[in-house]
Write a protein that binds this ligand. Structure first.
Ligand code: ZN
Length: 332
């Protein structure tokens, strides 16, 4: 009530499968929210069109125009430069190369726009409005199809030399491991993500392993995902339990690396795979404890994302606020 329009920002969370848009105020309260499917395979123009349609709906819902916004923040997957607003490349958005996403949105909506990596946005969301409020040194780990990361040091997103820092999913865990989408071998996300879990299940089934996982997927190999494997495991399927343990093990190895390098106060775990909860996270934290320096491990608190699916869209909104308030000059 009586909300001043200059306090409102629009967040856009562009994912490989879905687009979330929301109008939020400076406290992270959402006035409206819209969710739609990303037509990733139809190419860049179709995706931009879908973003603008979603923005239109979410502005209508909030009864405002783009002109009423203070700024727009876009969280996008892949490598981007937050200063230039150019999205270099994204494994989740086939065909996108050096796209001036900031400029495109700015031109279409006539409003100052800022671009940030989606996992960095999620980290910022948790920092401003979620699990990491008042925590100044933490790492956000987004466990989904891949593994995204955001590193917050002294209350700022650590962006690195060209804005692409925080790609924790591509630290190498196994030098001769499976081939990752990035072209490297044995990255964390190819060993410890939701996609890794599904891939290993399919491989073992093809090899003839005795398991009921396929029954839980209605006999359809394509439907095997983390949720299906979790259900099978809860009903006592041995292979499903083994596969989850394996993922948890690799997850713990990566967490130990992060703990030893950054000595964070907190690690916030989010993303779809984290919904698996203790069955996955407890053994992962135990593995991390076995491997990390004791001093560093005992200092870290593990927390689950508080904002859940909204961490990215709220983080993008928070990023826009932050940038507009410092004149848009500085990175986060
Ligand atoms: Zn990789």
């Amino acid at each position: 009530m009586g909300e001043k329009h200059d306090n409102l920002v629009l967040g856009i969370d562009l994912g490989g499968t879905k687009i979330l848009t929301a109008v939020a105020n400076t406290q992270g309260k959402m006035l409206s929210r819209d969710r739609s499917v990303t037509p990733a395979r139809e190419g860049q123009q179709a995706v931009v069109k879908s973003i603008l349609e979603s923005v239109g709906r979410t502005l209508d819902q909030a009864h405002i125009d783009a002109a009423d916004l203070a700024a727009i923040g876009v969280g996008a997957p892949g490598l981007s430069n937050p200063d230039t607003g150019i999205l270099f490349t994204s494994p989740n958005l086939p065909g996108w190369k050096d796209v001036p996403l900031k400029e495109i949105i700015e031109r279409k909506l006539g409003k100052k726009t800022f671009l940030i990596n989606d996992a960095n946005a999620a980290a910022l969301g948790e920092f401003c409005f979620g699990a990491a409020r008042s925590v100044h040194n933490f790492i956000y780990v987004g466990l989904g199809t891949g593994i995204g990361g955001g590193i917050v040091i002294d209350g700022k997103i650590y962006a690195g030399a060209t804005g692409t820092a925080g790609e924790v999913g591509h630290m190498v865990i196994h030098d001769d491991g499976p081939l990752c989408n990035c072209g490297n071998k044995g990255c964390w996300e190819i060993l410890a993500s939701g996609a890794a879990l599904a891939r290993e299940a399919k491989r073992r089934i093809k090899e003839g392993a005795k398991t009921s996982i396929l029954d839980y997927a209605s006999g359809n190999m394509e439907r095997i995902d983390a949720e299906v494997i979790q259900k099978a495991s809860q009903d006592g399927d041995k292979l499903a339990g083994e596969l989850i343990s394996r993922i948890a093990y690799y997850l713990g190895v990566g967490l130990a690396n992060l703990i030893n390098i950054f000595n964070p106060e907190m690690i916030v775990v989010g993303g779809g795979l984290s919904n698996m909860g203790d069955i996955l996270l407890e053994p992962a934290y135990e593995e991390a404890e076995r491997r990390a320096f004791r001093q560093a491990y005992s200092a870290v608190r593990f927390a689950c994302s508080e904002l859940g699916r909204n961490s990215g869209v709220l983080g993008a909104a928070a990023y826009a606020l932050e940038r507009i308030n410092d004149g848009g000059r500085r990175l986060s």
